[in-house]
Design a protein around this ligand. Structure first.
Ligand code: NAP
Length: 441
């Protein structure tokens, strides 16, 4: 079967029933078309087919070369297709976009809305980059887009921000939002496995992509942070404006230094409103054991939300994987089928976006040999405005190597980055120093 292509944009669908009659039809039974029968698409179909949910019926599965995807447990009356036009021209009420990426997913979503269908998606890249225009198109066509699965998988954080916490004025998020990084870091911590081996293991288990760059470099989490900032902080930001630092370069020995300080290491996504500035960053951080973020293991996600009136609220659970993500998708389908009204969207504000969190850092430098002195490191840091708080004890396991680690006083990230760059040029320094900010308690 030929690979499906996108049909020309349908500006106005030929026979679109009026919105009210579509809503009545939906109340009688919502017909669902899944676009993309991969990990999540298949899991959603399983939820819908294993124990039928009143008011929701799977009607279409769309995927390129769909014959190889067919499974016996999908009822016979479900149509399989690789022709999107067939779905758009059908009486399906909701299109569930689960292919991922920006294109052709964006075009499919636009076409579905223009064809008078509501959309559910788990696609964080699409909703982070083009969410505003798609939501506007949905309003224009009288349809809805729900995307609860796009952040934290099965943990209903977006619904909570839009409904349960809507009465507060939220000012801050700190979260562990990427399952792949969490698998890698938990593995390095539990077994002392080096980064490359931990990544390979996680890839073998199917929990990391063949190309994991977007996960380890923070791109994936910055998309989720941008969505959270829009929904919870009413801040209009793009993911590329979020300061990012990769988890590559972390060594198992860094966990031993972190433990000395009562911390573990996690990829943390933070956003905070300070006046007219939105500080936003995704980076590996030292996380105190007292923080709920330190208890995330494997594909668990956690988010701490701070509100002006309600203080801190913590969410945690399975942030990735077919099953948990399918739950979020099906919950959005139920919300559409029940036509439940969400809180009206609040106006968005523009902020200057900066990664300028003033934080204390663990800095570990691998010297060429043990006789190289720590004083030059101290000098280099202080020349760049970074003061040392204390020098850390050498962990037992690092007796044979020539690492030195210090804890700095709070400083600006720009000063730290310059100091690290200068330190790298010193003849006694063997490799790029590792610098990890500490999450404030
Ligand atoms: N997996 C998770 O744990 C998770 C968690 C939260 C959110 N999400 C989001 O959920 C979405 C789906 O993720 P996934 O893990 O299920 O991805 P996946 O396993 O790669 O599945 C994608 C499916 O879409 C099909 N597809 C892709 N491009 C297509 C095209 N141009 N035409 C027709 N079919 C196409 C693929 O077909 P082929 O088999 O032919 O490639 C595949 O069956 C993504 O937006 C992802 O970010 C995933």
């Amino acid at each position: 079967m030929a690979v499906s292509t996108i049909s020309p944009r349908v500006e106005e669908p030929a026979k679109r029933p009026p919105v009210n009659s579509r809503r009545q039809a939906m109340a009688a039974g919502c017909k669902v078309a899944i676009l993309g029968f991969g990990t999540v698409g298949k899991a959603v179909a399983q939820v819908l087919c294993n124990a039928p949910i009143p008011g929701i019926r799977l009607a279409f599965v769309f995927n390129r070369n769909f014959e190889r995807k067919r499974v016996s447990w999908v009822p016979e009356d479900v149509e399989w297709t690789d022709d999107l036009r067939q779905v758009l021209a059908s009486d399906a009420d909701v299109v569930v976009e689960l292919a991922g990426g920006i294109e052709p997913a964006k075009e499919w979503v636009e076409q579905a809305l223009l064809a008078g269908k509501s959309v559910v998606t788990a696609n964080k890249h699409l909703m982070a980059v083009h969410g505003l225009e798609l939501l506007q198109l949905a309003r224009h066509t009288g349809q809805r887009i729900l995307y609860g699965a796009s952040v934290a998988g099965g943990v209903p954080v977006l619904n909570a921000l839009e409904q349960g916490l809507a009465g507060d004025r939220l000012v801050k998020f700190a979260g562990v939002l990427n399952g792949t990084c969490n698998y890698i870091l938990s593995n390095m911590e539990s077994h002392g496995t080096p980064f490359a081996a931990a990544l390979a293991k996680v890839q073998k288990l199917g929990f990391a992509e063949a190309d994991p760059s977007d996960d380890v470099n923070g791109v994936d989490a910055s998309c989720k942070l941008a969505i959270l900032a829009r929904v919870g902080l009413q801040a209009d930001i793009q993911p590329e404006s979020v300061y990012r630092q990769s988890i590559r370069g972390i060594d198992p020995i860094d966990f031993e230094y972190a433990h000395q300080l009562g911390c573990t290491i996690r990829q943390v996504s933070m956003a905070e409103i300070k006046g007219k500035t939105l500080r936003a960053a995704v980076q590996p951080m030292l996380v105190p054991f007292s923080s709920a973020l330190s208890r995330t293991k494997d594909n668990q996600n956690a988010l701490i939300v701070t509100g002006e009136h309600g203080g801190e609220t913590v969410f945690s659970g399975r942030g990735a994987g077919g099953g948990p993500t399918a739950v979020a998708v099906v919950s959005d389908l139920l919300a559409l089928a029940q036509n439940s009204q969400l809180t009206p969207a609040r106006p968005l504000h523009s902020y200057r976006v900066s990664g300028n969190f003033s934080l204390r850092y663990l800095v570990r430098v691998r010297l060429r040999n043990q006789s190289d002195s720590i004083s030059t490191i101290k000098q280099e840091l202080s020349r760049n405005g970074v003061e040392i708080g204390s020098v850390l004890r050498k962990p037992k396991r690092s007796k044979g190597n020539s690492d030195v680690a210090v804890l700095t006083k709070a400083c600006r990230p720009a000063d730290m980055v310059t100091a690290i760059r200068d330190m790298r040029q010193l003849p006694g320094v063997r490799q790029a120093p590792v610098y990890l900010p500490i999450l404030p308690n």
